[in-house]
Each structure stands twice: as C-alpha cells, then as structure tokens.
Design a protein around this ligand. Structure first.
Ligand code: SF4
Length: 701
C-alpha cells in the first residue's frame, strides 16, 4: 500500500463518521475526518481522531493456534469444521452456537448468519448488539411492524426540541452531540436531558430530569396522558394511521393519573415535569433520542414503546425535525440487524413468525435444512453453554468474558465448554478460553460495509496490508463452511460478491411489504462497490432515500402503526439492606468497549487511567469513603474494585462504574462481573443499568 489517502468509516460508535486515512512510506498512519461524509462533515471525536495511534502490531494475533500452539490455517480450519460437524452429528444442530459482534462488517455478519441459520440449521447465532439495542429493535417491530429508524441526522439540525433520554450523547455519540449544539446555537434548539446522572450531556440543556432508575415508562405514560388531557393530539393521524390508541391512553392515564403522581414516582419536582410536558406539547418539531439508558433494562422494550406512543399521538414521525430516534452503540449494529444477526431474526428484516419468510429465505439460499424457529439470545446462550447444552461455541470479534452480565459465570461456562473457537484481532480476556484461536483482520485491513444509526450504508476500506497470516472474518467463515460441505453456497470471491447476494435477498419477493430493500444495489459491479458513496436505505432505485414513515403508512398488515399499552413496572431488582446502592454502568468519553484498542493510546488513558466508581458525597460519607480511596464493590453476582470519585453529579443511593475495565486493573474486575443476567422479556436485552450494590473500603495490604 502506498501513501494514497483512503476514505473509510470509524470503527467505534454508531454515528458512523467518515474517516480519511493515510499511511506514509515510513509507516506512520494519520487520520482526519472526511469532509465529504454526511454523518460527520469532517469532524471526529477524541476516539476517532486517535485512530492513527491504535495501528500497530502490539498484542496482535498473527497466526492460528490450536491448544495454545501455533499451527497453520489448514489444520485450524479443519479442526473447527470437524469439531462442529461431529458435535452436530452427535447432539443435533442446537448443540452449537456463534456469538458475534457489532464490530463485524455486514459481509462477515451475512455469511455467519447464512452458515448457522441456513446450513447448520440452528438459529443459535447472537451478537453483542443484544447488549446494545435489542430493545429498540423489539419496540420498533411492535410499533411499526419492522425494525425501522424513521429519522435521519438532519432532524437534529431541524428540530426545535431534542429530548435525550438514557443517552449521554456528549460522550457516547460526540459528533452527533456537536451537531446538536451547532443547531442550538443557530436556531435555539431546546434540549431536555432525562438521566439519573448529571452527565456531560446535561451541561448544555434547558432541563435535566434526574429521574429514579426504572421510571421512564411512568414519565412517558404521564406525557401521553397529559397530551390527551391538553387536547394536543393529532386526531386525524391517530384515526388514519394508527391502531390501539384508546387502550394505550387509558392505561397511561391509570398508570400516571397526574403530574403530582408522576413526580412522586419518578423522584422529580412537579414543576420540572410540567415544564417538560408543556415544552413537548407546544413544540411541533420534537426529536426524542434514546440509547442504552432505555435499552439496557429488564423493561427496555416497554420504555421504547412508551416514547414512540407520544410521537404517534402527535403524528410527529418521519417529518423534518420530528420523530423517535434510537442511536446505536456500535459501528455496525444496524448492519447486523439488516442481515438478521440476532437469534430471533431470520435475514433481511424477515422473521420466523412471519408466514412464508422461512420458506422464502430457504428457497433463496437453496437451504432445505434452514432453521425454523428462533435460537438462543446472548444471556440464554451462555447459560446453555454453562449447562452443557451448547457444546461448541465460536466467538467472533467480541469479549464476553468481560462484557456479559454475570461475567464470572460466563468465564466458568467458557472454561467448561467442550470446544471454543475465538477469532479476534488481539488477545483478550476471552481468547484464553479458546481451543482454536484464529487471527482476524483489524480496522484498516478490513474491507466491507457498515450501516450507522440513521440507516446510512458506508464503506470500510483497507489502507494497511494484513500482517502475519491474518485473514478477514468473511473468508474464515466461508472456509469453515466449505470444509463442512456447504461449498457452493459459500464460494464468494470477495466482499462485493457477498454484498450483492445480501442486497438481492433483501429484494427477493419483496413486493413493498418490507422497507429494508437494497434491490438497486444487487448488481453493483466490483468497481461500483469499490467506489460506493455513503447512502441511506431503502435503496429500491438509484434515488437517495430520506426519512421514512412520514406518509403515515407502516409496514404492518393493515398499514397502521400500533400504540402499545404499557405499564410502569419499576426496577427488576430493588436495593436491600445488604446491597443498599443502585449500580449503573456505562461508557467514558475516551474509551471503547473493553479497551482492546483505545487502551493502547496514552492520551486516551490520561483522563481516567483506572476504573472509578462515582458516588454522591452523602454516600461516600455514609460508607467512610473519600475521593481517591480504593473501594471493594460487590453484588449478588460478583465483586470488583475501583477508585472512588466523589461527585454531586451522582444522586444519593446510586453509583456509576464504567463498563470498560477488566483484568487490566485487578483480578476479577469489571462491570460485567457485577451485573445481573436479568433480561427484558421481549428483547432479551440484559439489565445493565441497575443492580443492587454493596461498597466498602478495600484494605490494601
Ligand atoms: Fe468514531 Fe463515533 Fe467519534 Fe464519530 S463520534 S469519530 S463514529 S467514535
């Protein structure tokens, strides 16, 4: 590779910023924001701008290994294929599973999903995106009939009110937040932040509602009831485009009979709630952004629908500056949803519970053994591994030994599992459990497609040669599939060929019943694929798509959206005398996931060099802790350690721990070790925002 600048896409968050990358002849890599990319218009955040400093071979996996010893690719791939075949022959297809990642590119995701669902015949393939946005997927399907984000980033520029709920946008989607602040400066956009913590996002807002954990449904049910009482409803829209309004508003009114009731239930001042409800009522152009604070909950799907109900009631969906807007955590969480990379999806927005979809996909893939029912979602999958029901597991590009809830139990399950394959870029806490370790290509070497939070497809392009014996994920998966005897279905020559098949499947017998349709891209030449410019889906024609659902027609059998009647359920686990605090977890501005990449950059480590637990001064005093003390944290599930940071940003009774650290700091450390394996009944997404916690001073010997 020379010193030509290459246009690619950031590998971190779901904003999906365009990056121009260059490697000088001396090997020095540099990156800058791509001014031509519509998602970021040249801007990058602290993580994105440090990408050039993450490129190096320290800790890289360069050769395949079996049982910790270097081997060649043929031996490694033969071992994986044979062990999976033997396990399936002896115990059936549901005895094997794949756990994959929102870091994978769409083409990697596509072939992994095709292999497991189409040819192995099990739907035991799930992704770490289950921990990220599964509740939004379930909420969208319930309300709209399909997993559709109606809005686009331009809505941030055109809204008069942006409600940020369960989203520390300033740190987790920084470039989008900068875009919102620019709009606020230009047009005076009002901002309401709904979050138990006073985060950096709340530094610039008109109102911060620091509600009690788990009370979001009550707050939005109260809003729906208020809109009805105040007569701020779009009656024509409700009549023409929706169903279920009467039941939803009746339950909301019973659940949240007045502002005083909501205020008491949410732990908020009545005046603040009135201000929020009035602002929402009188402002036509409202965008409500929601992220992990809503999704990562035992009642996340109901929270999503409580928000969408308020937008349906006012007809504020899919029009400029209006709509509910789920922002995804990972760079290709959306692409994974498109290929069906979740255990309860099939492919291309088709589903197991939808009439002829299984038959349609089976015919397209020529896959008579296709799975016919959903598989195990992430938490259940690792439970099944621990119980010995799943006997062969392939983990791709993710670190569940740290990131899964009840991570100590997950580590035990991996240790006990008969056969574990891990493909990844570096050694992680998870790779030490691998019987077979496969070195995968990293960002800068990978070649394929990703989709960001606004449905914009964008290319990741290589600008570095693959080091050692590294191979791209799609190639590794296809090579195993071929060895398992599924040759002709996996004889792809490059990512472009996979993408063409994915696009063709999305359009196959799709007579407009699904919005996800890439039919116009099904015959892209290799050259067109190489030159691909970012574009929104659907892509039925050459015309660029934009907002969706603004015409009041929805991809449901009767064309109407659904109000979902939801009730406030509270938190799944309440604090006790033994575990008196509520532990919340989340991201820091400068770190990404379990720090396998960002942890290598000194300037990203400088701000918070070790895990900090945030405590209110009242709680710090009550537990005899001072700023900088080392604290021992424990829940029913495990223990960890962190340095205490005393801050008024944290409400009394609550604590916050970043999700990023693992064995870097202390054995058995990490937020996942403390978290409960309790999941939302609709989405299977685990509760990562509230687990009862005990804290005490760690005595250092
Ligand atoms: Fe990357 Fe997200 Fe930062 Fe953009 S905002 S540079 S996509 S981490």
């Amino acid at each position: 590779m020379g010193s030509t600048e290459v246009s690619t896409t950031c590998p971190y968050c779901g904003v999906g910023c365009g990056v121009r990358a260059d490697v000088a002849p001396d090997g020095e890599a540099s990156v800058r924001g791509d001014p031509g990319h519509p998602a970021n218009r040249g801007k990058l955040c602290s993580k994105g701008s440090a990408l050039g400093e993450t490129i190096g071979l320290d800790g890289r996996l360069l050769h395949p290994e079996i049982d910790g010893r270097r081997t060649d690719w043929d031996a490694a791939l033969d071992r994986v294929a044979r062990r999976f075949q033997d396990t399936i022959a002896e115990h059936g297809p549901d005895s094997v599973a794949f756990y994959i990642s929102g870091q994978l590119l769409t083409e990697d995701y596509y072939v992994a999903n095709k292999l497991m669902k189409g040819f192995i015949g099990s739907a035991n393939i799930d992704t770490n995106s289950r921990l990220c946005m599964a509740s939004s997927v379930a909420g969208h399907r319930r309300a709209f009939g399909e997993d559709v984000v109606p809005g686009i980033y331009e809505d941030f520029d055109e809204a008069d009110l942006v409600v940020l709920t369960g989203s520390n946008t300033a740190w987790c989607h920084p470039v989008l937040y900068q875009r919102l602040l620019a709009a606020r400066k230009a047009r005076g956009t009002r901002i309401v932040v709904i979050d138990p913590r006073r985060t950096a996002t709340a530094d610039e807002c008109d109102l911060h509602l620091a509600l009690d954990p788990g009370t979001d449904v009550l707050l939005f049910n109260g809003l729906l009831a208020h809109l009805a009482r105040a007569g701020v409803l779009d009656r024509d829209y409700i009549a023409a485009s929706t169903a279920g309004f009467d039941q939803a508003v009746a339950l909301a009114a019973a659940d949240a009979p007045g502002v005083e009731h909501v205020a008491k239930g949410c732990g908020l001042a009545p005046a603040d709630i009135r201000f929020f409800y009035e602002l929402f009522s009188v402002t036509e152009r409202v965008v409500t952004v929601y992220s992990q604070g809503v999704n990562q909950s035992a009642h996340g799907t109901d929270k999503v629908n409580a928000i969408i109900n308020c937008h349906l009631a006012t007809g504020r969906i899919g029009r400029p500056g209006m709509g509910p807007f789920s922002v995804t955590g990972q760079p290709n969480a959306m692409g994974g949803r498109e290929v069906g990379g979740l255990a309860n999806q099939l492919a291309a927005h088709m589903n197991f519970d939808n009439g002829g979809d299984v038959d349609r996909v089976a015919r397209f893939w020529n896959a008579p053994e296709i799975a016919t029912r959903p598989g195990l979602k992430a938490v259940d999958m690792f439970r099944a591994v621990g119980e010995g029901k799943v006997k062969a597991l392939w983990i791709m590009g993710t670190n569940p030994a740290v990131s899964m809830p009840d991570a100590g139990r997950v580590r035990g399950a991996l240790k006990a599992c008969d056969f574990v394959v891990v493909s990844d870029v570096t050694r992680t806490d998870t790779t030490r459990f691998a019987d077979v370790l496969l070195p995968a290509a990293a960002w800068g070497e990978k070649d394929g497609m990703v989709t960001n939070s606004e449905r914009r497809l964008s290319r990741q392009r290589p600008f570095l040669a693959m080091p050692g014996e590294v191979r791209p994920d799609w190639r590794i998966i296809c090579d195993v599939a071929i060895r398992m005897g599924f040759g002709t279905a996996f004889d792809f020559v490059n990512p472009a060929a996979i993408f063409r098949e994915h696009a063709a499947l999305s359009a196959f017998e799709n007579k407009g019943e699904r919005l996800f349709d890439l039919g116009a891209l099904a015959d892209l030449s290799d050259e067109d694929y190489e030159a691909f410019q970012p574009r929104l889906w659907p892509a039925r024609s050459r015309r660029q798509a934009g907002r969706l659902l603004g015409d009041g027609r929805f991809p449901t059998p009767d064309g109407r959206a659904r109000f979902i009647a939801v009730r406030q359920e509270g938190v799944a686990l309440a604090a006790t005398s033994e575990y008196p605090l509520a532990l919340n977890t989340g991201r820091l501005r400068d770190q990404w996931h379990t720090m396998t990449r960002t942890g290598a950059v000194p300037r990203l480590m400088a701000n918070t060099p070790e895990p900090m637990v945030d405590l209110n001064p009242h709680d710090a005093a009550a537990y005899g802790l001072a700023d900088g003390d080392l604290a021992h944290l424990s829940t029913r599930y495990g223990f960890s350690r962190a340095r205490v940071r005393v801050t008024e940003a944290q409400r009394p009774g609550q604590a916050f721990l970043p999700m990023h650290w693992s064995g870097h700091f202390a054995a058995n450390s990490g937020a996942g070790t403390l978290a409960a394996p309790i999941t939302d009944p609709h989405s299977g997404q685990p509760e990562l925002k509230n687990v009862p916690l005990r804290i005490m001073r760690e005595e250092v010997a």
